[in-house]
Design a protein around this ligand. Sequence first.
Ligand code: ZN
Length: 100
Amino acid sequence: MKKTTPKQKKIPERRCTGCGGTFPKKELVRVVRSPEGEVSLDFTGKKSGRGAYICPRLDCLKKARKAGRISRSLECAVSEEVYTALEEEIALMEKEREEE
Ligand SMILES: [Zn+2]
């Protein structure tokens, strides 16, 4: 007999624009487009505006960028600076994970 544990908390999940997988929202990096049309990174999840999510993995960023999925999901262009900032932040996060 298999023991089942139906104890699953409901965690808000979002889809990564890179790999297409769904992950808990807090594990993803949010890119947000403000009502003024400005694209920025959001690590608090509290900025208002339309958001796109991505895993903190350079692989996912590369995929999302190549396919233009972040800008498609935000419905606006994503500048070079935003990608650079994302790359830097994600590289840092990857490094932190390695050090754990
Ligand atoms: Zn991903």
